[in-house]
Write a protein that binds this ligand. Structure first.
Ligand code: FDP
Ligand code: ZN
Length: 326
């Protein structure tokens, strides 16, 4: 689990948080999420690929892994004593946990992003966004912490509390220990991860992808947002985009559960995240399941996407946002 030259031996997650003077309740919250992930990885790796609403051989209700992951996290947060409100991609409404917001945090999470990839044994992840107090419908810039857990060949956790981005690996004892501190990404990169269907790209996005291809950048796309972002962070370069599409101006990814936390992490690593016009972290969400186009990764590449969209598209192509789960 080590990368020579970049590791500090056996610094666990809790100790790392303490050493960065993170507030006690927030340390507790992040540690509880890390604990919950151990149960989620167990469910994934034992391969209980139940389908929600169906029964197994014994007549017991089987749960899809994303529903199971949601329950595991929800229970843990519910009992943590430090959560005011929570909501997840799997829920329709915000769940109040404690009416008292003082010293507490509100959490938005995507319990198992990329769950359609579980069947084909590709990497998936949990994404978490944390605000202080009760309010979850705030611009992402107000987040106090963001993290994801990547269930790949290895399980890793990447977090930021606004003091750099740090990667931890799950060891044989199922503890998260430090792999890499203060991860940064270059201003411009040679990897691209384009989401959505190319025949639906709008003129600005088509011009952008053509420019990247003329530059000779390499395609690296897994279909899972967590591994695709993790690749950019750890390779230190690249751009992921899931743009506005013709007939789908809101793109696909959700602001609260997916984009805000990843934008927080990428900005902390020196990158940028934009909806094509403005930073993701400045969007004021109106609804829980709001979606947005996204261009996220190396700063100069994100700026190039914005420039071409500004030149070749009118505002209405990009700004329309719609509510809704699929
Ligand atoms: P999934 O639907 O498998 O959960 O937002 C979820 C997500 O995957 C991301 O992980 C991924 O980047 C994107 O959707 C892939 O979208 P497409 O199905 O349009 O390829
Ligand atoms: Zn998701």
């Amino acid at each position: 689990m080590s990368r020579p030259g970049k590791t500090k031996f056996q610094i666990d997650l809790r100790r790392h948080l303490r050493e960065h003077y993170v507030e006690e309740n927030l340390i507790h919250l992040i540690s509880e999420i890390a604990e919950a992930s151990k149960y989620i990885i167990h469910s994934i790796s034992t391969g209980d690929l139940g389908v929600a609403g169906t029964s197994n051989l014994y007549g017991e209700q089987q749960l899809a892994l994303d529903v199971l992951a949601d329950r595991i996290l929800r229970k843990r947060l519910d009992h943590s004593r430090v959560v005011a409100n929570m909501m997840s991609e799997e829920m329709d409404e915000i769940i109040p946990v404690s009416p008292d917001c003082g010293g507490k945090y509100s959490v938005a999470f995507d319990p198992l992003d990329g769950s359609s990839l579980v069947d084909v044994n590709l990497a998936v992840g949990t994404i978490v966004s944390i605000f202080q107090g009760c309010d979850l419908l705030q611009p992402g810039r107000k987040q106090v912490a963001a993290l994801y857990i990547l269930y790949g060949p290895r399980t890793t956790l990447v977090y930021s509390v606004g003091k750099g981005v740090h990667e931890f690996g799950m060891n044989m004892l199922r503890e998260y220990t430090l792999l890499q501190e203060n991860i940064t990404i270059k201003p411009q990169g040679d990897l691209y991860s384009p989401g959505g269907q190319r025949n639906l790209y709008t003129p600005g996005v088509e011009a952008f992808i053509s420019k990247l291809e003329q530059r000779g950048v390499k395609l690296r796309y897994s279909g899972g947002f967590v591994p695709d972002i993790n690749q950019i962070l750890l390779k230190g370069e690249g751009i992921f985009f899931y743009p506005h599409l013709q007939g789908k101006p809101e793109g696909k990814l959700r602001v609260l559960f997916e984009l805000n936390p990843m934008a927080f992490l990428i900005e902390q690593a020196g990158g940028a995240a934009s909806d094509g016009r403005k930073p993701i972290l400045d969007l004021q969400p109106q609804q829980i399941h709001e979606r947005s186009p996204v261009f996220i990764g190396c700063k100069k590449d994100v700026a190039l996407a914005e420039e071409l969209i500004r030149q070749l598209e009118s505002d209405k192509d990009v700004t329309a946002k719609k509510k809704g789960k699929t």
